[in-house]
Ligand binder design. Structure first.
Ligand code: FES
Length: 235
């Protein structure tokens, strides 16, 4: 058998070791995702990338590709489930898009548009979360954190610093900072760190750069996330 699988009826090649997500991205097939970034080890936590393989729902970013797989991706059922996951993410954080500096560049917001999320559906938790403005160059706003751990992985795997981690369970889970005081300003974080660049929302923002690109001229203002991420630029 050749090394191919099908996604929504289209035959896709893959190399041994690739996941379904890897194969789909290489073939220009968009699978919605939030915690996945091809530069980092798959994490498998957000489940936005769930696809149906031979009748079973799996996370495509962690599932190895295999010959003969019949994968369903862009279906009303899967997109409906993804929309529900997004609505839960919006409900458990404080995502005030109209006043967020990342609006138009935010993956969470862009996915909500892509999946046709027109209302929050769930009751908002309005959790109390800390903002940390102690770093001279970087703002940490936990209200916008979706616990994807991209900054955790980037700080560990690329920056070699382990500045970030998650602590707590369930709704109490928080992004924590590795510093004696727990403050970003007392950590080893530098504004040039990869960890600062990979945040898919506005949880980590570089100071003094707000609105340099006006709303309306930002990445996802021009193209949907499905196009941006299949054109090769992940961000
Ligand atoms: Fe696969 Fe988040 S992108 S679980």
């Amino acid at each position: 058998m050749s090394d191919t699988l099908t996604i929504d009826g289209k035959e896709i090649p893959y190399r041994p070791g690739q996941t379904i997500m890897d194969a789909a991205m290489a073939a220009g097939v968009y699978i919605p995702h939030l915690c996945h970034n091809p530069e980092f080890k798959p994490h498998g936590s957000c489940k936005l990338c769930m696809v149906n393989v031979n009748g079973r729902n799996v996370a495509s970013c962690t599932m190895p590709a295999a010959s003969g797989m019949t994968v369903l991706n862009d279906t009303p059922e899967l997109n409906g489930a993804r929309r529900s996951l997004l609505q839960m993410l919006f409900a458990e954080g404080n995502h005030l898009c109209p006043v967020c500096e990342r609006s138009g560049n935010c993956h969470l917001q862009a996915l909500a548009y892509y999946l046709g999320m027109t209302n929050p559906h769930y009751v908002q938790f309005y959790p109390s979360r800390e903002v940390d403005a102690s770093h001279p160059d970087v703002l940490l706003d936990r209200n916008r954190c979706i616990m994807c751990e991209l900054c955790v992985r980037a700080s560990s795997e690329v920056d070699g610093k382990d500045v970030f981690g998650l602590s707590g369970r369930g709704i109490q889970t928080r992004l924590v900072v590795n510093a004696p005081t727990g403050l970003l300003g007392d950590s080893a974080l530098a504004v040039s760190d990869k960890a600062v660049q990979v945040c898919p929302t506005g949880a980590l923002l570089i100071k003094r750069q707000g609105y340099r690109v006006p709303v309306g001229r930002r990445m996802f203002d021009h193209k949907p996330i499905s196009v941006v991420q299949t054109e090769g630029g992940h961000d």
